[in-house]
Design a protein around this ligand. Structure first.
Ligand SMILES: Cc1cc2nc3c(=O)[nH]c(=O)nc-3n(C[C@H](O)[C@H](O)[C@H](O)COP(=O)(O)OP(=O)(O)OC[C@H]3O[C@@H](n4cnc5c(N)ncnc54)[C@H](O)[C@@H]3O)c2cc1C
Length: 400
């Protein structure tokens, strides 16, 4: 009956809406939206759905989020995202992050970005970027001005800096649980932790804890391409990207007033790297920093409440990334840190790897197995920055 209705020309969601209502009347717990995955993308969809008054369940196989969403920098980045809908989603998501952070008690550790340029070719990219629509809220700073945000900045070697006021930094490993708690306690979202979803086709999900019913299903599996709809996901030719990350403790505490990036970021982040002026920079970096370029190394440094810095990262692509973190790659990351910041007596106190979904020529995809089911995957390193915008888009698509 449901399958027949879904294939008919009747509006998809209204077509299946009666069945859950009937089951609810019969005492069976049904939801308007079931979300698979409690990473940032799943939580963003839960938020978008409860904002529309929907009854939501989030089903997560781990007992708490443990994937890319808690291993990242927590750097909500707008400036540097690829022009077009990636930048727009990041701009929108950043505003939602601000609202949610206040409501859910998530602290913003610092705001803004200082992108420190050491080469004339990097200056040219910054100048060109400032001439784009995306650069409108940004400005160019002298090394001295930039050092007001970033006290250890090497003002002797840094020639200029791009400043963006838009970025936000959250401590993801704390922010994600807080967001989930807030969604549960303030918005009535049901969470099923430690529950694997074996099959999901609205209105039915088969899980390791039994059957769950929902009018619509949104699957946010991160870089798990095989548990659900493997054939459909494979059509987007995804692979996985492994990143090495470090926590660095300065001998003497200082206060970072912005996230820090460098020349390597200008040649990697598509909002800059797609500009024609970036070609000369990329060429020079390929000559002068060939190892960094070969290992996909660029610099992001952000600060935690205790004064330590999260520093990264590298990019290695493989369908099955190995779990190893070569010291040689960490050393390249630390070398770039030292080229931009002077932090005497710094020590590395933590190392970890993370993986995220990646695909050539697309930064995300939304697949529609049927009218009421969506698979949503971010295939670039910008899910924390864009998730809230994507969540609103998917829920609007499902419910009008
Ligand atoms: C080291 C690192 C640094 C990064 N830095 C940044 C950054 O600073 N800024 C930024 O914007 N982005 C950054 N990213 C990218 C960003 O973290 C990801 O794009 C984002 O977290 C993806 O979120 P997600 O919810 O799709 O995936 P995940 O966080 O991987 O969550 C997916 C969840 O789905 C669950 N799941 C999958 N299948 C099932 C199933 N069948 N049943 C039940 N549960 C299931 C998994 O257990 C998992 O918890 C970084 C990523 C990494 C790895």
């Amino acid at each position: 009956m449901l399958a027949t209705l879904r294939k008919s020309s009747i509006s998809p969601v209204s077509a299946v809406i009666d069945a859950p209502k009937l089951r609810r009347a019969a005492g069976v717990t049904t939801y308007d939206v079931a979300i698979v995955g409690a990473g940032i993308l799943g939580l963003a969809h839960a938020l978008a759905a409860v904002r529309r008054g929907k009854r939501v369940v989030v089903i997560e196989r781990d007992i708490r989020a443990n994937g890319a969403s808690i291993r990242n920098f927590g750097f909500i980045t707008v400036t540097g995202q690829a022009a077009g809908d990636c930048w727009r989603h990041a701009r929108k998501s950043r505003d939602i992050w601000l609202e949610v952070a206040e409501a859910a008690g998530i602290s913003i550790e610092h705001r803004g970005l200082v992108l420190a340029a050491r080469r004339p070719e990097a200056e040219a990219v910054i100048e060109a970027f400032l001439g784009t629509d995306m650069g409108q809220e940004c400005e160019r700073l002298s090394p001295f001005e930039a050092s007001q945000y970033v006290p250890p900045l090497r003002t002797d070697t840094v020639k200029t800096a791009l400043y963006s006021p838009l970025e936000l930094r959250v401590e993801s490993k704390d922010a994600l649980p807080r967001l989930a708690n807030w969604l549960e306690n303030e918005h009535g979202v049901a969470f099923r932790w430690g529950t694997q979803v074996h099959a999901a086709e609205a209105p039915r999900l088969d899980t390791s804890a039994g059957r769950i019913e929902a009018e619509t299903v949104v699957i946010c599996p991160g870089d798990d391409f095989t548990a659900l709809y493997p054939g459909r996901i494979a059509a987007y030719r995804p692979t996985r990207c492994k990143l090495q990350m470090l926590r660095v403790r300065p001998a003497e505490r200082f206060l970072l007033g912005a996230g820090v990036m460098s020349d390597l970021g200008l040649a990697r982040y598509r909002g800059y790297a797609d500009l024609p002026e970036a070609a000369a920079l990329a060429e020079r970096l390929d000559r002068e920093q060939a190892d960094e370029r070969a290992n996909g190394v660029h610099l992001i440094a952000v600060q935690s409440e205790d004064g330590s810095l999260i520093v990264g990262d590298s990019h290695h692509y493989d369908d099955m990334p190995d779990p190893f973190a070569p010291v040689s790659v960490s050393d390249l990351i630390l070398g770039e840190l030292d080229a931009v910041l002077d932090i005497p007596g710094r020590t590395v106190v933590e190392r970890w790897i993370g993986t995220y979904a990646s695909a050539k020529n697309r930064w995300r995809f939304t697949d529609r197995p049927d009218d009421a089911t969506r698979i949503v995957v971010v295939t670039a390193g910008c899910g924390a920055s864009t998730a809230f915008g994507i969540g609103e888009e998917t829920i609007a698509d499902l419910f009008g």
